[in-house]
Design a protein around this ligand. Structure first.
Ligand SMILES: Cc1cc2nc3c(=O)[nH]c(=O)nc-3n(C[C@H](O)[C@H](O)[C@H](O)COP(=O)(O)OP(=O)(O)OC[C@H]3O[C@@H](n4cnc5c(N)ncnc54)[C@H](O)[C@@H]3O)c2cc1C
Length: 456
C-alpha cells in the first residue's frame, strides 16, 4: 500500500481528518488529493475593474483548493445542533457539540486567538423575535473573519505538510475497492491505501454521485434552498449583529405556511459571486479587520424545497432557477425592494440613485421573473416581519440579489462511524449530505480520524 489513509478533498473535512490522524502520532502514511490549488495560489480573477464578473474558470478558486469552499468565507464556525448539519444523528448530540468545541480550540490555537465567540444564551432578542412571529435559533458562533480564517488555514497547512503528502491540482477520477483496500486514480497516477476518506464538498457532488453509483452505495435525494441575499445599511441590523453577530431567525409564512430563514449574516460585509459547476449565484462575507468594513450588512433569506416522488433532482431544480437569472442578467441580478413590491424592474439609474451603494456589481433586473412566486411571496412576507424587529429592513432602498441557492448533496448512506458499506471507506463533510457548514464538516473530519485510529 502507498498510504494508510488517502483523503480526497482538502476542505475543512479533509483538513481536520488529516490533523487528527497526524496528532495521534501513529506514524501513519497520509495523502491528501485536491483538485484545486494550494492556498497561496488560489486567486479569483474578479478584481472589480478589469474582470467584473465570473469568467467561469475551469477550477473555481473560491470553491476549490486548500481550505475548500470555506477558504475565503466569513469563517463563521457555529457551535450548534440546530443548523449546519445533522452530524448529531450519527454521533450523538453532546458528542457533536464537543467535536465542534474541539475544532474551535484548534482554530483559536492556530491563529484565531483574539476573535470573538458570540452566543444567543440569555439574549432579549429571542423574546422580541417571538413577539413578532419570528424564532431565533440557539447557537454559539466563532467569527474568524475572512482574513483570520486565511491565517488559520495557512498555519494548519504549514503544520500538516510536515507529515502529510499533499497533491494539488490533482483531481481523483475513480476509486476502486481491492482485496486489501482501495485504489485511487488521480491525475498524477494510481495510488493504493487501506483507508479512504472522501470529503469532496458541494463542488464534488456530481463526482460523489458517480462514485456511489459505481460502488453501489445507497443514496437518497435531499433538498435545495432558494432565495435572495438582502443588503441594507449596517445600522438597521446593528442591535442584532453587535450582540449575536449572526442571528439565525426562522419565520412561518401566513400565506403558505412555508418556512423562511435568515442565513449567513455578514455585518459590515460584502456581497460576492459564487460559481458552482459554472452557475453563478450570490453569497456574502465580511472581514474581522475593521479597515475592510463596509457600511452595509448582508444576509440570505432562504426557503427550503423538499421534493417527493417521482422527482429526485432537487439540485437540478435549483440550478435551473439560477441558470434563469444567469440568462437574464448574465450573472447575479440586483433589485431594490421598493421596485420589487411595485412590480417593476430595477434599472441602473434607479440603483445609482439608491440611498445605499451596492457592494457587488450585479445586473439591475426583476427577480420576480426568476424566482417562483411562492418562494418570492415568502421572502417578501419575511422582510416585513423582520422590519418589526429591525425597522428599516422593508425600506425601498434595501437591495435584493438573486439568486442565492444552497445546493445540498444527496445523502449518502453511512453509519454512526461515518462509514459506508465498505470497510475503511468513509464519506464525510458536505459531500455526505450530513453536514453543510464549516463546523460540522470539520467535526466530521475529527470524528472519522478517531474512528480510523480505533481500528488500527
Ligand atoms: C462563499 C462561501 C461562504 C461560506 N461561509 C460559511 C460560513 O461562514 N460558515 C459556515 O459554516 N459555512 C460557510 N460556507 C460553507 C462551508 O464552506 C462548507 O460547508 C464547508 O467548506 C464544507 O467543507 P467540506 O470539507 O465538506 O467541503 P469543501 O470545503 O467544499 O471542500 C471539498 C474540497 O474537495 C475538492 N474536490 C472536489 N472534488 C474533488 C476530486 N474529484 N478530487 C480531489 N478533490 C476534489 C474541492 O476542490 C474542495 O477543495 C461557505 C461557503 C461558501 C462557498
Amino acid at each position: 500500500m502507498n498510504y494508510d489513509v488517502i483523503i480526497v478533498g482538502a476542505g475543512p473535512g479533509g483538513i481536520f481528518s488529516a490533523y487528527e490522524l497526524v496528532k495521534a502520532e501513529k506514524n501513519l502514511k497520509i495523502a491528501v488529493f485536491e483538485l484545486g490549488n494550494s492556498l497561496e495560489r488560489r486567486h479569483c480573477p474578479i478584481d472589480g475593474k478589469k474582470v467584473k464578473s465570473c469568467i467561469k474558470c475551469p477550477t473555481c478558486a473560491i470553491m476549490s483548493g486548500f481550505g475548500g469552499a470555506g477558504a475565503f468565507s466569513d469563517g463563521k464556525y457555529n457551535i450548534t445542533n440546530q443548523f449546519g448539519g445533522t452530524l448529531y444523528q450519527y454521533v450523538g448530540k453532546q458528542e457533536a457539540l464537543d467535536l465542534m468545541k474541539y475544532v474551535d480550540e484548534i482554530n483559536v490555537a492556530y491563529g484565531g486567538e483574539g476573535t470573538k465567540l458570540y452566543s444567543t444564551a440569555n439574549t432579549k432578542i429571542k423574546k422580541q423575535c417571538l413577539e413578532n412571529g419570528l424564532h431565533l435559533l440557539d447557537a454559539q458562533v466563532r467569527h474568524l473573519g475572512t482574513d483570520i480564517n486565511y491565517v488559520v488555514l495557512e498555519n494548519l497547512y504549514n503544520e500538516l505538510k510536515k507529515s502529510v503528502d499533499f497533491y494539488f491540482n490533482d483531481p481523483v477520477s475513480a476509486v476502486e475497492k481491492t482485496d486489501k483496500g482501495y485504489t485511487i486514480n488521480a491525475k498524477s497516477g494510481t495510488y493504493t491505501c487501506t483507508n479512504c476518506i472522501i470529503s469532496v464538498g458541494r463542488s464534488g457532488s456530481k463526482w460523489m454521485e458517480k462514485i456511489c453509483d459505481e460502488m453501489n452505495i445507497p443514496t437518497k435525494s435531499n433538498r435545495v434552498d432558494i432565495g435572495v441575499r438582502v443588503e441594507l445599511p449596517a445600522s438597521v441590523f446593528s442591535h442584532l449583529t453587535d450582540e449575536l453577530y449572526e442571528s439565525k431567525i426562522m419565520y412561518r409564512t401566513e400565506k403558505f405556511e412555508d418556512l423562511v430563514r435568515t442565513f449567513c449574516m455578514n455585518p459590515n460585509g460584502v456581497v460576492v459571486n459564487e460559481n458552482t459547476n459554472g452557475i453563478v449565484t450570490v453569497n456574502g462575507h465580511s472581514y474581522e479587520d475593521k479597515s475592510k468594513h463596509t457600511e452595509n450588512t448582508n444576509f440570505a433569506l432562504l426557503v427550503s424545497k423538499h421534493f417527493s416522488e417521482p422527482f429526485k433532482d432537487s439540485n437540478g431544480y435549483g440550478e435551473s432557477i439560477a441558470r434563469l437569472s444567469n440568462m437574464l442578467g448574465g450573472g447575479v441580478i440586483v433589485q431594490r425592494f421598493g421596485d420589487l413590491v411595485r412590480g417593476r424592474r430595477s434599472t441602473q439609474s434607479r440603483i445609482d440613485e439608491n440611498f445605499m451603494t451596492p457592494t457587488l456589481s450585479a445586473t439591475p433586473g426583476d427577480l420576480s421573473l426568476v424566482i417562483p412566486k411562492r418562494i418570492l411571496d415568502g421572502i417578501i412576507e419575511m422582510i416585513y416581519a423582520l422590519d418589526k424587529i429591525a425597522p428599516g429592513t422593508a425600506n425601498d432602498d434595501t437591495l435584493l440579489y438573486g439568486v442565492e441557492v444552497k445546493f445540498y448533496n444527496m445523502e449518502v448512506e453511512i453509519g454512526e462511524k461515518l462509514h459506508t458499506v465498505f470497510p475503511g471507506f468513509y464519506v464525510i463533510g458536505d459531500c455526505s449530505g450530513v453536514t453543510h457548514s464549516l463546523s460540522h464538516a470539520s467535526a466530521s473530519g475529527v470524528q472519522v480520524a478517531r474512528n480510523i485510529i480505533e481500528t488500527l
